[in-house]
Design a protein around this ligand. Structure first.
Ligand SMILES: *Cc1c(COP(=O)(O)O)cnc(C)c1O
Length: 393
């Protein structure tokens, strides 16, 4: 069921048991806190499974959640999936499910900014230390390992600067040292990259992005292998993690069309990036499918595709040029998040606060998310805004 050619079929068919759908196409939206039992025997039976695909208590999920969890587990190829109220919760609660005071973690230096802040502000306060490592370190990660290193955390491609990691080489070192591995797979989405197939223990996604796909729901998911599944499930439950049935329904609806949306995002982003690459103001493109992106060879080796997200490194420019550029864009809206149907833009002049181990001495970075608009409209929009940028140089 996990071969590449079956992925589209899988996205359409997964999680559609009659017990969840009651005979229609989509799962019933089953909102619940209390589940009621007809007999002591029934209650005891439910308690035994603790709500793993059976009704027990609302926080353990209902059939709507089970349908989504099954579909995501199939997509990522793991033992089971926990749902969280957002991607940031999926990251923080997965880490908290396995760490204790005195532990040390290895965190990639281009990690999503709130993940960094969680380590520096919350884990540090709990007596859990973090070392940041360069995204291109590969097997060299072994020099960063300490006696108390518990978790190796990866994000590939990393946020904003998009470096792709040599995951198998790093997982090999981690395994040799009995260190568990987690990977933020929001970019890889399960369709284009499945970390567990490369030996990673837990794959985490901000489902808020491409799974939901319509910028209207926050959700996080974590899929674990057999070794870590029960601990992840139980500890996330104890940490109080749950989502609404309505959000689970919307996430599953988004998932059904993820493959066709991704195809269009991918095609359009490559067109826009190819145009930008030739632009006089652009130094280079940080798009995993482009040779100018560090770790491009690992992308070619390990991924099945790219999507709408990439960055441009500008040759030069100050804040005034960036601000004028952003203000003059029409279709690219300024905003965080990505993965919806709309085009978005963010910009960083110095990458200040976004990396600590590796510096940044290149030009300003503009990150684009290419939505489902017509490509020529997007290129015309960028073209006129880059003219405005130029006037401020
Ligand atoms: C957006 C994002 C998150 C956080 O997801 P939220 O649902 O916004 O909390 C985590 N990791 C990456 C790489 C992201 O882009």
């Amino acid at each position: 069921m996990t071969s590449k050619s079956n992925k589209n079929t899988q996205l359409v068919t997964s999680g559609r048991k009659k017990a969840y759908t009651h005979g229609v196409v989509n799962p019933v939206v089953q909102r619940a806190s209390t589940i009621v039992f007809d007999s002591v025997a029934e209650l005891k039976k439910a308690a035994k499974t603790c709500g793993d695909k059976t009704l027990f208590y609302g926080r353990r999920g209902t059939t709507t959640h089970f349908a989504l969890q099954e579909a995501i587990t199939e997509l990522e190829g793991g033992e089971g999936c926990v749902l969280y109220p957002c991607g940031a919760a999926a990251i923080s609660q997965t880490l908290l499910s396995f760490l204790k005071t005195g532990d040390h973690i290895l965190m990639v230096d281009n990690v999503y900014e709130p993940t960094r802040d969680f380590c520096d502000k919350i884990l540090a306060g709990l007596g859990i230390s973090t070392t940041y490592y360069p995204p291109t370190i590969g097997a060299g990660i072994k020099d960063y390992i300490k006696a108390n290193t518990k978790v190796l955390f990866l994000e590939s491609p990393g946020s904003i600067t998009m470096e792709i990691q040599d995951v198998p080489a790093m997982v090999k070192v981690a395994n040799e040292h009995h260190i568990m591995t987690m990977l933020d797979n929001t970019y890889g989405n399960g369709l284009h990259y499945r970390p567990l197939e490369h030996g990673v223990d837990i794959s985490i996604q901000a489902a808020t992005k491409y799974i939901v796909g319509h910028s209207d729901v926050m959700m996080g998911v974590a899929v674990a292998n057999k070794k870590y599944w029960l601990t992840l499930r139980e500890n996330s439950y104890l940490l109080g993690q749950c989502t609404s049935a309505d959000d689970a329904y919307l996430a599953l609806r988004g998932l059904r069309t993820m493959a066709v949306r991704l195809n269009q995002h991918e095609k359009a982003a490559i067109e826009v990036a190819t145009w930008l690459e030739q632009h006089e103001l652009v130094d280079h493109i940080r798009h995993p499918a482009f040779a100018t992106c560090p770790g491009h060879e690992f992308f070619k080796r390990d991924f099945d595709g790219s999507n709408g997200l990439f960055s441009i490194v500008m040759k030069a420019g100050e804040q005034a040029a960036i601000d004028a550029f952003l203000d003059s864009l029409h279709y690219f809206k300024m905003g965080f998040s990505w993965g919806g149907f709309e085009s978005l833009v963010t910009a960083n002049l110095t990458m200040k606060g976004l990396r600590s181990d590796t510096g940044w001495d290149l030009g300003p970075v503009i990150r684009l998310h290419i939505g489902l608009e017509d490509v020529d409209d997007l290129i015309n929009d960028l073209s006129q805004a880059l003219e405005v940028y130029k006037q401020h140089l």
